[in-house]
Design a protein around this ligand. Structure first.
Ligand SMILES: Cc1cc2nc3c(=O)[nH]c(=O)nc-3n(C[C@H](O)[C@H](O)[C@H](O)COP(=O)(O)O)c2cc1C
Ligand code: SF4
Length: 484
């Protein structure tokens, strides 16, 4: 995991907690209504993959326990983790690419309704992603996976040679010589593992993405509505397909890349297809990046244009994240896949307590404020959801009062203590377990291990469900106001 070179240690400070009466007057606990999005309050659990789905992508009891536990804290909304829209094997990631997933998804909605007493709205994040393979040992890549071309033969002076002979020669080259023979892309495949890009239009299934994705997203959204969700969040952020279409690095020459209007074309077509399928009484929003935080990526100026365009199209909310890209991710170990939260842009997405002078708290607040200002200047009231290092009441309330956002999302803080919204609303803020921003949870995500918080294990809980190795609690310790 990359860290800012300054390596300054920051401590989260919750600040003062409000009394129950003060909380009742706070903007954070005021309802929000915008078209089909209706929230009892402005706290929001953003999407977090907890690696609890079954191998076939279906909902397990552990998934239900996870969402029920967040719902006990009665946030304004929970966005269920990134859920795959295709009907293809994707390991233990939730899927919504076929009707057979509906019964499980319906249960998620039920547990959120029941555990929150009907206070929390249930949304689900819809994701498409391209193939990413593990990094291979050099000899395996050169002997089996590299596609031997005429360019290699030419560079090696082996015109007309058999493929096996070319591979043999490549295997014998030292690093510098091999560097000269391979293309940039082949070197990247060797160094970091093979990864598809939206610009690989020589591959028919990549060229076809604009023809296929609107329908895939629309059907997934229809299933979400059928399962009882209150809305969907289109995943246009981080390292995944739709964010790659939006990216300034998207050079597709088929009208779906190049200038910003070309890059916005597919995101708008996906949204139009989704809206046509679910109608106007269902919330549809997007998560996208205020800034990509990579060289040559979208900057805030593009973030503002994207926001205005999606608002004009009619979205119910814009959830802003930042960074989290493959392009600057650290080289994975052999046998591991590249993980988009390990480089400088990954740091911007989930900053840890070891930081630079700006610190890890609220790094996305100023960009979000600019985007919201621009929306308002253009006459849009579309709610902006802001995430990134929020943990204190004063900090969240100030961001709302200063107009940086309309809704405050807390991922790691609500993982550390899912009861934050209820505790603070009831005047029990001094009982909040504050996140330490160590990114222990994120390291589990990287290993595709069940995500838990290290703070849960410091509290003894009788008969708590444990991870398979028996070492960690699977959910946060229970809390109720009566225990005071
Ligand atoms: C374990 C874990 C899983 C995550 N999974 C997702 C995801 O599925 N979709 C997404 O958009 N963001 C995901 N994120 C990013 C968070 O939603 C959030 O943007 C980020 O953690 C910064 O917010 P925070 O400082 O409040 O944690 C994940 C974060 C964590 C820690
Ligand atoms: S493990 Fe817990 S304390 Fe550490 S960053 Fe994650 S949520 Fe916060």
């Amino acid at each position: 995991m990359w860290r800012p070179p300054e390596k300054i240690r920051h401590r989260p400070a919750s600040g003062l907690w409000p009394t129950r009466d003060e909380a009742a007057r706070a903007r954070l606990f005021a309802p929000l209504r915008y078209r089909a999005l209706e929230l009892a309050e402005r706290t929001w659990v953003p999407a977090m993959v907890p690696w609890r789905a079954a191998e076939d992508g279906s909902v397990t009891d552990a998934v239900l326990d996870w969402y029920a536990r967040f719902a006990c804290g009665q946030p304004g909304a929970i966005v269920v983790e990134a859920t795959g829209i295709r009907d293809v094997p994707s390991g233990p990631l939730l899927r919504i690419g076929d009707d057979r997933f509906l019964p499980g998804l319906e249960k998620i909605v039920q547990v959120i309704r029941e555990a929150s007493g009907g206070r929390t709205r249930a949304l689900i994040q819809l994701i498409d992603f391209l193939t990413v393979r593990r990094r291979l040992p050099r000899e395996v890549y050169l002997a089996r996976f590299l596609r031997v071309t005429e360019t290699h033969r030419l560079r090696l002076g082996m015109d007309g040679a058999e493929e096996a002979a070319v591979r043999e020669r490549l295997l014998g080259l030292d690093e510098a010589a091999l560097f000269d023979v391979l293309s940039d892309r082949e070197r990247d495949d060797l160094d970091r593992g093979y990864r598809e890009r939206v610009t690989d239009t020589d591959l028919p299934h990549i060229a076809d993405l604009p023809a296929r994705l609107p329908d895939l997203f629309a059907r997934a959204a229809a299933r979400a509505k059928h399962a009882g969700f209150d809305g969907v969040e289109l995943h246009y952020a981080h390292a995944y397909t739709m964010a790659s279409f939006l990216s300034a690095r998207n050079t597709r020459a088929d009208g779906y890349g190049g200038d910003l209007s070309g890059r916005l074309r597919l995101p708008l077509e996906v949204y139009a297809a989704v809206r046509a399928e679910v109608g106007s009484n269902f919330a549809v929003g997007a998560r996208y990046l205020s800034e990509e935080c990579i060289p040559g990526g979208n900057a805030l100026a593009e973030g503002c244009e994207i926001g205005v365009t999606l608002a004009r199209a009619g979205m119910e909310f814009l959830s802003l994240s930042r960074g989290g890209k493959f392009e600057d991710a650290l080289q994975p170990k052999i046998g591991a896949a590249v993980y988009p939260y390990t480089g400088p842009s990954g740091y911007e997405c989930m900053p840890s307590y070891i930081s630079d002078a700006r610190g890890p708290f609220g790094r996305n607040a100023i960009p979000a404020a600019r985007i919201r200002q621009r929306l308002q200047a253009d006459g849009f009231e579309t709610p902006v959801v802001l995430a990134g290092g929020f943990h204190g009441f004063g900090q969240a309330e100030a961001a709302l009062q200063e107009g940086q956002a309309d809704i405050i999302a807390m991922a790691r803080q609500l993982l550390a203590d899912p009861d934050w919204p209820r505790k603070v609303r009831l005047g029990c803020g001094d009982e909040v377990r504050i996140c330490e921003y160590t990114n222990y949870c994120e390291a589990l995500d990287q290993k595709h291990a069940p995500v838990t918080c290290q703070l849960w294990d410091r509290i003894p809980v009788q008969n708590a469900a444990r991870t398979q190795d028996g070492k960690r609690n699977m959910t946060a310790p229970p809390w109720s106001p009566e225990h005071r």
